[in-house]
Design a protein around this ligand. Structure first.
Ligand SMILES: [Zn+2]
Length: 265
């Protein structure tokens, strides 16, 4: 026993000497370090929940580990690098989530949850259309609700100050002026929009707010503009997200009865 201990002490000393000597000559071989410790890093950080294989983890994490490792002139052990990850976790997980969404053809429920809770404003608009179908198939409406909020926040920050109207199929504020949906890919008909509760409510609010002159003008001009905030007349200014809607006869009757009440009473 004593003999073995002596030997191992000697080994350690030799190793330490070697490292010291090597340190003077060249930097840490980070690729070899990653090869050796990648799965330890995954276990220590809790990223084992993603259930990937070693090759996939390397693809996902190598450049992140290089950054966390920092200076290659001194040796860091895997626990230290894992601690650095834990300190920067929110930011790093956002990058991992965005990357993971496009990495595999199929995503497991655990991977989807990770993506939903970790994507941020910078990646939500590109990641959500990618994972919508998976979540819909899984019946995870709870996660879709989380994403609807993230989509809206991201849109307002990265795209434009006004939100597009909600798509009647997926419920995201992602309906474009050409009536296609950026999230679920649906092509929505004007009839679907005109019959939606949201459009009807906003149309009624507009009619209530207009004076007699504008109501009569509205009856002559057939178009209103629609976005998440309002239905408005074309001369109220057009934004890039506005959808042009032809006023159907069924809604013209609402304008007529408002004129009757407001202007002919
Ligand atoms: Zn949609």
């Amino acid at each position: 026993m004593a003999k073995r201990r002596k030997k191992s002490t000697k080994d350690t000393q030799t190793k330490a000497k070697k490292v010291k000597r090597r340190k003077k000559r060249r930097e840490i071989n980070i690729e070899a370090w990653i090869d050796k410790y990648i799965m330890d890093f995954v276990d220590l950080t809790g990223l084992d929940i993603l259930g990937l294989n070693e090759k996939q983890y390397k693809e996902l994490l190598s450049d992140i580990i290089v950054e966390l490792y920092g200076s290659l002139t001194s040796y860091s052990n895997v626990k230290v690098v894992a601690k650095r990850y834990l300190r920067a976790r929110d930011k790093v997980n956002e990058v991992i989530a965005a990357r993971l969404a496009f990495m595999a053809d199929k995503l497991s429920p655990e991977q989807l949850e990770f993506i939903v809770f970790n994507i941020g404003v910078n990646s939500a608009l590109s990641v959500i259309p990618r994972i919508y179908g998976f979540l819909k198939k899984l019946g995870r409406d709870d996660l879709l609700d989380v994403l609807r909020v993230k989509w809206r926040n991201s849109w307002l920050k990265k795209k434009y100050v006004v939100l597009p109207p909600q798509c009647p199929y997926c419920g995201f504020n992602s309906l474009m002026p050409d009536l296609t949906c950026l999230v679920c890919g649906a092509l929505v008909s004007e009839k679907d929009i005109v019959n939606s509760k949201d459009f009807k409510t906003k149309f009624a609010e507009l009619v209530k707010a207009l004076d007699c002159e504008k109501l009569k003008k509205m009856l002559k001009h057939d178009i209103v503009l629609y976005n998440e905030s309002e239905v408005k007349l074309p001369d109220q200014g057009r934004s890039p997200v506005d959808i042009e809607i032809y006023i159907p006869q069924s809604l013209k009757s609402i304008i007529r009865s408002e004129i009757k009440e407001k202007c002919e009473g």
